[in-house]
Design a protein around this ligand. Structure first.
Ligand code: NDP
Length: 320
Protein backbone atom coordinates (compact mmCIF):
# COMPACT_ATOMS: atom_id res chain seq x y z
CA UNK A 1 0.00 0.00 0.00
CA UNK A 2 1.02 3.65 -0.42
CA UNK A 3 1.93 5.38 2.82
CA UNK A 4 3.97 8.17 4.35
CA UNK A 5 6.91 6.53 6.06
CA UNK A 6 9.36 8.00 8.57
CA UNK A 7 12.67 6.18 8.95
CA UNK A 8 14.31 8.92 11.05
CA UNK A 9 12.84 11.94 12.79
CA UNK A 10 13.43 15.49 11.59
CA UNK A 11 11.99 18.21 9.35
CA UNK A 12 9.13 17.80 6.86
CA UNK A 13 11.47 16.14 4.32
CA UNK A 14 11.55 12.95 6.42
CA UNK A 15 7.92 12.32 5.37
CA UNK A 16 8.56 9.87 2.52
CA UNK A 17 5.79 8.70 0.20
CA UNK A 18 6.45 5.03 -0.51
CA UNK A 19 5.09 1.45 -0.72
CA UNK A 20 4.97 -0.62 2.46
CA UNK A 21 3.14 -3.75 3.62
CA UNK A 22 -0.45 -3.33 4.77
CA UNK A 23 -0.85 -3.55 8.59
CA UNK A 24 -2.22 -6.60 10.42
CA UNK A 25 -4.97 -5.97 12.98
CA UNK A 26 -4.90 -6.99 16.63
CA UNK A 27 -8.09 -8.50 18.01
CA UNK A 28 -9.46 -5.17 19.22
CA UNK A 29 -8.77 -3.48 15.87
CA UNK A 30 -10.56 -3.10 12.56
CA UNK A 31 -8.80 -2.64 9.22
CA UNK A 32 -9.95 0.43 7.34
CA UNK A 33 -9.35 1.66 3.81
CA UNK A 34 -8.38 5.29 4.36
CA UNK A 35 -10.05 7.85 2.10
CA UNK A 36 -8.84 11.00 3.85
CA UNK A 37 -6.44 11.47 6.77
CA UNK A 38 -6.48 14.41 9.19
CA UNK A 39 -3.26 16.35 9.81
CA UNK A 40 -2.68 17.56 13.37
CA UNK A 41 0.05 19.40 15.19
CA UNK A 42 0.76 16.26 17.20
CA UNK A 43 1.92 14.67 13.93
CA UNK A 44 4.63 17.35 13.80
CA UNK A 45 5.78 16.48 17.35
CA UNK A 46 6.11 12.79 16.37
CA UNK A 47 7.87 13.64 13.11
CA UNK A 48 10.36 15.83 15.00
CA UNK A 49 10.88 13.23 17.74
CA UNK A 50 9.54 15.54 20.49
CA UNK A 51 6.96 12.80 21.10
CA UNK A 52 8.65 9.46 20.75
CA UNK A 53 7.81 6.49 18.53
CA UNK A 54 10.30 3.80 17.52
CA UNK A 55 11.30 4.25 13.85
CA UNK A 56 10.30 3.41 11.20
CA UNK A 57 6.68 4.47 11.53
CA UNK A 58 3.71 5.80 9.60
CA UNK A 59 2.46 9.04 11.22
CA UNK A 60 -1.10 10.31 11.60
CA UNK A 61 -3.90 9.55 14.04
CA UNK A 62 -7.22 10.25 12.40
CA UNK A 63 -9.23 10.04 9.23
CA UNK A 64 -12.26 8.66 7.47
CA UNK A 65 -12.72 5.64 5.24
CA UNK A 66 -14.45 2.29 4.82
CA UNK A 67 -14.09 -0.83 6.95
CA UNK A 68 -12.49 -3.63 4.94
CA UNK A 69 -12.00 -6.28 7.65
CA UNK A 70 -13.20 -6.76 11.20
CA UNK A 71 -11.53 -9.84 12.78
CA UNK A 72 -14.47 -10.11 15.20
CA UNK A 73 -17.04 -9.89 12.40
CA UNK A 74 -19.06 -7.17 14.15
CA UNK A 75 -18.70 -4.30 11.71
CA UNK A 76 -19.88 -4.80 8.13
CA UNK A 77 -17.41 -4.35 5.28
CA UNK A 78 -18.01 -0.99 3.61
CA UNK A 79 -19.22 0.79 6.76
CA UNK A 80 -18.07 4.40 6.59
CA UNK A 81 -16.28 5.43 9.78
CA UNK A 82 -14.20 8.25 11.22
CA UNK A 83 -11.60 7.73 13.93
CA UNK A 84 -8.89 9.26 15.99
CA UNK A 85 -6.13 7.56 17.94
CA UNK A 86 -5.15 5.13 15.15
CA UNK A 87 -1.40 5.65 14.74
CA UNK A 88 -0.42 5.16 11.10
CA UNK A 89 -3.33 6.98 9.46
CA UNK A 90 -1.20 8.61 6.68
CA UNK A 91 -1.64 5.42 4.60
CA UNK A 92 -4.06 3.57 2.36
CA UNK A 93 -4.88 1.17 5.20
CA UNK A 94 -4.78 1.54 8.97
CA UNK A 95 -5.79 -0.59 11.96
CA UNK A 96 -8.27 1.34 14.09
CA UNK A 97 -9.07 0.39 17.71
CA UNK A 98 -12.78 -0.49 17.57
CA UNK A 99 -13.55 1.79 20.51
CA UNK A 100 -11.94 4.81 18.87
CA UNK A 101 -14.24 5.24 15.88
CA UNK A 102 -17.72 6.45 15.02
CA UNK A 103 -20.09 5.72 12.14
CA UNK A 104 -20.22 8.63 9.71
CA UNK A 105 -23.70 9.91 8.84
CA UNK A 106 -24.31 9.98 5.07
CA UNK A 107 -24.84 13.73 5.07
CA UNK A 108 -21.36 14.45 6.44
CA UNK A 109 -18.84 15.84 3.99
CA UNK A 110 -15.85 13.39 3.99
CA UNK A 111 -13.16 16.07 4.50
CA UNK A 112 -15.08 17.24 7.54
CA UNK A 113 -15.51 13.69 8.85
CA UNK A 114 -11.75 13.12 8.46
CA UNK A 115 -10.78 16.04 10.65
CA UNK A 116 -13.58 16.54 13.16
CA UNK A 117 -12.66 14.07 15.89
CA UNK A 118 -9.17 14.78 17.20
CA UNK A 119 -9.60 18.54 17.23
CA UNK A 120 -13.32 18.38 18.07
CA UNK A 121 -12.86 16.06 21.04
CA UNK A 122 -9.98 18.23 22.23
CA UNK A 123 -12.10 21.38 22.02
CA UNK A 124 -14.89 19.48 23.82
CA UNK A 125 -12.80 18.30 26.76
CA UNK A 126 -11.18 21.75 27.10
CA UNK A 127 -14.52 23.57 27.29
CA UNK A 128 -16.59 20.75 28.83
CA UNK A 129 -14.08 19.08 31.11
CA UNK A 130 -10.86 20.87 32.03
CA UNK A 131 -12.89 24.01 32.71
CA UNK A 132 -16.63 23.64 32.23
CA UNK A 133 -17.58 26.93 30.66
CA UNK A 134 -20.99 28.42 31.29
CA UNK A 135 -22.91 31.68 30.82
CA UNK A 136 -20.93 34.63 32.13
CA UNK A 137 -17.51 32.93 32.13
CA UNK A 138 -14.61 34.36 30.16
CA UNK A 139 -11.78 32.60 28.37
CA UNK A 140 -8.72 33.34 26.29
CA UNK A 141 -7.86 31.02 23.39
CA UNK A 142 -4.47 31.16 21.66
CA UNK A 143 -4.14 30.10 18.00
CA UNK A 144 -7.84 30.95 17.83
CA UNK A 145 -8.18 30.33 14.09
CA UNK A 146 -6.40 26.97 14.08
CA UNK A 147 -8.05 23.57 14.04
CA UNK A 148 -8.69 23.28 17.78
CA UNK A 149 -8.99 27.06 18.16
CA UNK A 150 -11.98 27.57 15.86
CA UNK A 151 -13.85 24.63 17.39
CA UNK A 152 -13.10 25.65 20.98
CA UNK A 153 -14.23 29.19 20.15
CA UNK A 154 -17.57 27.94 18.85
CA UNK A 155 -18.10 25.65 21.85
CA UNK A 156 -17.15 28.36 24.34
CA UNK A 157 -19.39 30.92 22.66
CA UNK A 158 -22.34 28.56 22.56
CA UNK A 159 -21.85 27.84 26.27
CA UNK A 160 -22.40 31.58 26.80
CA UNK A 161 -18.80 32.51 27.59
CA UNK A 162 -17.00 35.66 26.53
CA UNK A 163 -14.23 34.51 24.19
CA UNK A 164 -10.97 36.39 23.66
CA UNK A 165 -9.06 34.93 20.75
CA UNK A 166 -5.44 35.47 19.72
CA UNK A 167 -4.29 35.09 16.12
CA UNK A 168 -1.50 36.19 13.79
CA UNK A 169 -3.14 37.59 10.63
CA UNK A 170 -6.11 39.64 9.41
CA UNK A 171 -7.60 36.57 7.70
CA UNK A 172 -7.49 34.74 11.02
CA UNK A 173 -9.10 37.70 12.80
CA UNK A 174 -12.12 37.42 10.52
CA UNK A 175 -12.36 33.64 11.03
CA UNK A 176 -12.18 33.96 14.81
CA UNK A 177 -15.01 36.51 14.84
CA UNK A 178 -17.05 34.29 12.51
CA UNK A 179 -16.59 31.43 15.00
CA UNK A 180 -18.06 33.56 17.78
CA UNK A 181 -15.12 35.32 19.42
CA UNK A 182 -16.10 38.41 21.40
CA UNK A 183 -12.80 40.18 20.76
CA UNK A 184 -9.77 39.14 18.72
CA UNK A 185 -6.18 40.19 19.44
CA UNK A 186 -2.82 39.83 17.75
CA UNK A 187 0.00 38.29 19.81
CA UNK A 188 1.90 40.93 21.76
CA UNK A 189 3.74 41.49 25.01
CA UNK A 190 0.70 43.48 26.15
CA UNK A 191 -1.75 40.69 25.43
CA UNK A 192 -2.74 40.07 29.06
CA UNK A 193 -3.12 43.79 29.72
CA UNK A 194 -5.30 44.23 26.61
CA UNK A 195 -7.48 41.26 27.55
CA UNK A 196 -7.93 42.49 31.13
CA UNK A 197 -8.87 45.95 29.89
CA UNK A 198 -11.64 44.46 27.70
CA UNK A 199 -12.71 42.11 30.51
CA UNK A 200 -13.69 44.80 32.99
CA UNK A 201 -10.20 45.10 34.44
CA UNK A 202 -10.03 41.51 35.65
CA UNK A 203 -8.36 38.36 34.36
CA UNK A 204 -10.25 35.65 32.51
CA UNK A 205 -11.58 32.53 34.20
CA UNK A 206 -9.56 30.21 31.98
CA UNK A 207 -6.81 30.43 29.37
CA UNK A 208 -6.62 27.67 26.76
CA UNK A 209 -3.06 27.90 25.48
CA UNK A 210 -2.00 25.57 22.66
CA UNK A 211 0.89 27.79 21.53
CA UNK A 212 3.12 27.22 24.57
CA UNK A 213 6.56 28.79 24.77
CA UNK A 214 5.71 32.09 23.05
CA UNK A 215 2.49 32.78 24.96
CA UNK A 216 2.79 31.03 28.31
CA UNK A 217 3.90 34.07 30.32
CA UNK A 218 1.04 36.19 28.95
CA UNK A 219 -1.31 33.28 29.75
CA UNK A 220 -0.26 33.38 33.41
CA UNK A 221 -0.74 37.15 33.44
CA UNK A 222 -4.15 37.01 31.76
CA UNK A 223 -5.91 34.68 34.20
CA UNK A 224 -7.84 35.87 37.27
CA UNK A 225 -6.85 34.83 40.81
CA UNK A 226 -7.90 31.20 41.34
CA UNK A 227 -8.49 30.86 37.61
CA UNK A 228 -7.14 28.07 35.38
CA UNK A 229 -4.32 28.11 32.87
CA UNK A 230 -4.73 25.14 30.58
CA UNK A 231 -1.55 24.57 28.60
CA UNK A 232 -2.65 22.02 26.03
CA UNK A 233 0.02 22.28 23.35
CA UNK A 234 3.35 23.66 22.25
CA UNK A 235 3.00 24.91 18.66
CA UNK A 236 5.76 27.47 19.31
CA UNK A 237 7.86 25.06 21.39
CA UNK A 238 7.79 23.54 24.88
CA UNK A 239 7.46 25.87 27.86
CA UNK A 240 10.54 26.22 30.09
CA UNK A 241 10.35 24.59 33.53
CA UNK A 242 8.61 26.81 36.09
CA UNK A 243 8.80 27.33 39.83
CA UNK A 244 5.42 26.33 41.40
CA UNK A 245 5.64 29.50 43.49
CA UNK A 246 4.64 31.36 40.28
CA UNK A 247 1.13 29.95 40.72
CA UNK A 248 0.96 31.61 44.12
CA UNK A 249 2.19 34.99 42.90
CA UNK A 250 -0.50 35.03 40.21
CA UNK A 251 -3.20 34.52 42.83
CA UNK A 252 -3.44 30.80 43.60
CA UNK A 253 -4.05 29.90 39.99
CA UNK A 254 -4.41 26.34 38.68
CA UNK A 255 -2.14 25.06 35.92
CA UNK A 256 -2.93 21.91 33.98
CA UNK A 257 -1.26 20.20 31.03
CA UNK A 258 -4.04 17.91 29.77
CA UNK A 259 -4.06 15.28 27.02
CA UNK A 260 -6.85 13.89 24.88
CA UNK A 261 -5.81 10.42 26.09
CA UNK A 262 -6.46 11.22 29.75
CA UNK A 263 -9.67 13.11 28.93
CA UNK A 264 -11.17 10.19 26.99
CA UNK A 265 -9.89 7.42 29.29
CA UNK A 266 -12.94 6.89 31.48
CA UNK A 267 -15.51 4.25 30.60
CA UNK A 268 -17.70 5.62 27.78
CA UNK A 269 -15.91 8.98 27.68
CA UNK A 270 -14.51 8.71 24.17
CA UNK A 271 -17.94 7.74 22.82
CA UNK A 272 -19.65 10.55 24.74
CA UNK A 273 -17.29 13.22 23.38
CA UNK A 274 -17.06 11.76 19.87
CA UNK A 275 -20.85 11.50 19.62
CA UNK A 276 -21.30 15.04 20.94
CA UNK A 277 -18.93 16.34 18.27
CA UNK A 278 -20.42 14.23 15.46
CA UNK A 279 -23.97 15.28 16.41
CA UNK A 280 -23.06 18.96 16.56
CA UNK A 281 -21.24 18.82 13.21
CA UNK A 282 -24.08 16.90 11.54
CA UNK A 283 -26.74 19.29 12.83
CA UNK A 284 -24.74 22.29 11.63
CA UNK A 285 -24.30 23.62 15.18
CA UNK A 286 -20.52 23.14 14.92
CA UNK A 287 -18.71 24.21 11.79
CA UNK A 288 -15.49 22.39 10.87
CA UNK A 289 -13.50 24.58 8.53
CA UNK A 290 -11.32 22.44 6.30
CA UNK A 291 -8.66 25.00 5.45
CA UNK A 292 -6.50 22.92 3.11
CA UNK A 293 -6.48 19.58 1.27
CA UNK A 294 -3.20 18.00 0.05
CA UNK A 295 -2.60 14.73 -1.80
CA UNK A 296 -1.07 12.06 0.48
CA UNK A 297 2.19 12.37 -1.45
CA UNK A 298 2.41 16.05 -0.40
CA UNK A 299 2.27 15.40 3.35
CA UNK A 300 5.57 17.29 3.69
CA UNK A 301 3.96 20.42 2.20
CA UNK A 302 1.05 20.08 4.62
CA UNK A 303 3.46 19.96 7.57
CA UNK A 304 5.47 22.89 6.23
CA UNK A 305 2.34 25.03 5.93
CA UNK A 306 1.05 24.01 9.36
CA UNK A 307 4.35 24.98 10.93
CA UNK A 308 4.57 28.21 8.92
CA UNK A 309 1.22 29.28 10.49
CA UNK A 310 -0.42 29.75 7.10
CA UNK A 311 -3.18 27.18 7.61
CA UNK A 312 -6.57 27.90 9.14
CA UNK A 313 -9.02 25.39 10.56
CA UNK A 314 -8.17 21.78 9.82
CA UNK A 315 -5.80 20.28 7.25
CA UNK A 316 -6.34 16.94 5.52
CA UNK A 317 -4.57 14.53 3.16
CA UNK A 318 -6.51 12.99 0.27
CA UNK A 319 -5.43 9.35 0.36
CA UNK A 320 -7.66 7.60 -2.17
P1 NDP B 1 -3.41 24.57 14.57
O1 NDP B 1 -4.29 24.48 13.40
O2 NDP B 1 -3.88 25.39 15.73
O3 NDP B 1 -2.00 25.07 14.09
C1 NDP B 1 -1.08 25.60 14.96
C2 NDP B 1 -1.28 27.13 15.13
O4 NDP B 1 -0.49 27.53 16.21
C3 NDP B 1 -0.81 27.92 13.94
O5 NDP B 1 -1.75 28.07 12.91
C4 NDP B 1 -0.53 29.27 14.61
O6 NDP B 1 -1.70 30.06 14.65
C5 NDP B 1 -0.19 28.89 16.06
N1 NDP B 1 1.23 29.14 16.33
C6 NDP B 1 1.69 30.07 17.17
N2 NDP B 1 3.01 30.07 17.20
C7 NDP B 1 3.41 29.14 16.34
C8 NDP B 1 4.71 28.69 15.93
N3 NDP B 1 5.84 29.22 16.42
N4 NDP B 1 4.75 27.71 15.01
C9 NDP B 1 3.65 27.15 14.52
N5 NDP B 1 2.39 27.54 14.89
C10 NDP B 1 2.28 28.53 15.79
O7 NDP B 1 -3.06 23.10 15.09
P2 NDP B 1 -3.97 22.06 15.88
O8 NDP B 1 -5.35 22.54 15.97
O9 NDP B 1 -3.69 20.72 15.35
O10 NDP B 1 -3.32 22.08 17.33
C11 NDP B 1 -3.35 23.27 18.12
C12 NDP B 1 -2.59 22.99 19.41
O11 NDP B 1 -3.36 22.06 20.15
C13 NDP B 1 -1.22 22.36 19.20
O12 NDP B 1 -0.33 22.86 20.14
C14 NDP B 1 -1.49 20.90 19.49
O13 NDP B 1 -0.36 20.22 19.93
C15 NDP B 1 -2.52 21.02 20.57
N6 NDP B 1 -3.34 19.83 20.75
C16 NDP B 1 -3.35 19.28 22.00
C17 NDP B 1 -4.13 18.19 22.27
C18 NDP B 1 -4.18 17.69 23.66
O14 NDP B 1 -5.00 16.81 23.97
N7 NDP B 1 -3.35 18.18 24.56
C19 NDP B 1 -4.91 17.53 21.23
C20 NDP B 1 -4.89 18.23 19.96
C21 NDP B 1 -4.11 19.33 19.74
P3 NDP B 1 -1.49 31.67 14.67
O15 NDP B 1 -0.87 31.97 13.35
O16 NDP B 1 -2.81 32.28 14.83
O17 NDP B 1 -0.60 31.91 15.82
Amino acid sequence: MRAIYITHTGGPDVLTHTDIDAPTPKDNEVVVQVDIAGVNFIDVYFREGIYHSPTPFVPGFEGTGRVIYDPQGEIAEGTVVAWCDAFGSYAEQVCVPRDRMVAVPESLEPHVAASMLLQGITAHYLTHGVYDLSEGDSCLITAGAGGVGLLATQMAASAGATVYSVVSSEEKVALAYEAGATEVFFYSDNLAEDVRRRNGGVGVDVVYDGVGKATFNESLEAVRPRGTVCLFGAASGPVDPIDPQVLNTHGSIFLTRPSIGAWTAREGEFAMRAQAVTRAVTSGELNVRVGAVYPLADAAAAHRDLEARVTTGSVVLQVS
